[in-house]
Write a protein that binds this ligand. Structure first.
Ligand code: BES
Ligand code: MN
Ligand code: MN
Length: 442
């Protein structure tokens, strides 16, 4: 095992689950581990306390004239549940069939650590100033990083922001991602009667909030996949013909993509290809629905309460706050008579689109080509890293998103993995990038 891999294993062993307060000490431990590692390779490091989880900020300054690369990543991970579905425990990293199995291996410890390992491997050859911002609240979203960024713009000053928290197009096909979707999350709670009721004594005469929930959910999208919230599409930036052509040329097989998740069809908005729908069109999904009896056998009950959770993925130039307000108004409008409605916001994040042909992107393209033996594709992704839009607004510098994960990495799911070859090539790509980028500004 290489030194880089055994060090990554150390980091993966720390169960830094940001959503669960029981892991608050582990969050501190992970931040401390990064602090010690970065210090050992010559960085000045500050672990910044916040009301929730600490931010790790590090810089290695060569000179005032050298260009500066700022890396962003996150050391927090999603909860590992359900544990029984893991083949090996989530926080006991295991190398099996050329893959690193552990929670956080791909999202995002493996990817951010690859950059640390790349800087270390360059030693005295490092040609640029390097800064790291590694946060512990990405997976809970909407945390304490934005205010800290706002207060530290002068010291964060850099010539490019590099983010590796996304995926490649397919195994062996590197990608530079120029857009991510935003997000709006909310929960709907409905109540009919004051208590659960016997479905014989009251059935036919009492309100049933599960039916109300189903009625409302059915009104969110039309048969042809159009979201029915008035004004929802008003700010959606249309896909350019150039982009549509580009997507059609990508080595992407929709049938294979469906087969990989065990689905026989991939329903969605009419008039758009699968990639267009996932990358460049907004979407709406119910993420959970509850109410009534869910146990074994049957129970003749009319529940008093029911509810569901909604997420919407948003694209430029939709404003997540505005979309949240439109959604709330529409839900109030379609609420059937006889129910009380409570809507809880669970957060928003902005979509982002970057320039396509900045000099740093060209440098990244050459760096990836050297490492992988083929040119990267330029793509969008359906996932969200809301902080990237904040970096863009606050710092106004070029952004390079080069992710090294794969679609089948099981992010947020049992048996998360990161292919060993991807980890190794990520280190190589990052090294190449630092060297290439230094050339562009000379
Ligand atoms: N790294 C992911 C986002 C991602 C995954 C982007 C794959 C592109 C490809 C990130 O850690 C994540 O999970 N984001 C959340 C955001 C939410 C918690 C606000 C998401 O997209 O659900
Ligand atoms: Mn991530
Ligand atoms: Mn994630």
């Amino acid at each position: 095992m290489t030194q880089a891999l055994s060090e990554l294993f150390e980091l993966l062993r720390i169960p830094s689950v940001s959503a669960d307060p029981a892991h608050n000490q582990d969050m501190k431990k992970a931040a401390g581990w990064l602090e010690a590692k970065l210090r050992s390779i010559g960085f000045n490091v500050e672990v910044v306390p916040t009301p929730n989880h600490p931010i790790v900020y590090a810089e290695k300054r060569l000179s005032d004239i050298a260009p500066t690369v700022l890396f962003y990543g996150h050391y927090d991970v999603q909860p590992p549940d359900p544990l029984v579905l893991w083949h090996t425990p989530p926080f006991e990293p295991t190398l099996r069939d050329g893959k690193i199995y552990a929670r956080g291996s791909s999202d995002d410890k493996g990817q951010i650590f690859a950059h640390i390992a790349a800087v270390e491997s360059l030693g005295d050859q490092l040609p640029v100033n390097v800064k790291f911002v590694i946060e512990g609240e990405e997976e809970v979203g909407f945390g304490n990083l934005v205010p800290w960024l706002e207060g530290n713009l002068a010291r964060l000053k850099a010539d490019v922001l590099v983010v590796s928290d996304s995926s490649m197009l397919a195994p062996g096909i590197p990608a530079i991602t120029y857009a991510l979707r935003g997000i709006a999350l909310l929960e709907v709670r409905l109540q009919g009667s004051a208590r659960d009721l016997h479905s014989g004594t009251y059935g036919g005469g009492a309100p049933n909030p599960i039916h109300a929930a189903a009625t409302m959910i059915a009104k969110l999208k039309s048969q042809d996949g159009k979201i029915q919230i008035p004004g929802f599409y008003d700010k959606v930036r249309p896909l350019s013909e150039q982009e549509r052509k580009l997507y059609h040329k990508l080595p992407f097989d929709a049938a294979e993509f469906a087969a990989a998740i065990g689905a026989s069809a991939m329903p969605g908005e009419a008039g758009y290809s699968l990639l267009e729908r996932i990358w460049a069109r907004p979407s709406l999904d119910v993420n959970g629905i509850w109410g009534g009896y869910q146990g074994e056998g049957s129970k003749t009950v009319i529940p008093a309460k029911a509810g569901f959770k909604l997420s919407m993925r948003l694209v430029p130039d939709q404003d997540p706050e505005a979309i949240y307000a439109l959604t709330k108004a529409y839900l109030e409008h379609i609420l059937p008579a006889g129910y009380s409605l409570e809507i809880l916001p669970h957060g928003v994040g902005k979509p982002v689109v970057t320039e396509l042909d900045s000099a740093p992107m060209q440098a990244a393209s050459r760096a990836l080509e050297k490492a992988w033996g083929r040119k990267p594709v330029f793509n969008r992704m359906g996932g969200s890293v809301p902080i990237v839009a904040d970096f863009q607004q606050l710092m106004n510098i070029p952004i390079v998103m080069m992710g090294f994960g794969l679609d089948d990495d099981n992010l947020h799911s049992p048996n998360e993995k990161f292919d060993l070859i991807n980890f190794e090539k990520a280190i190589e790509s990052s090294r190449n990038f630092l060297l290439e980028f230094a050339k562009t500004l000379r």
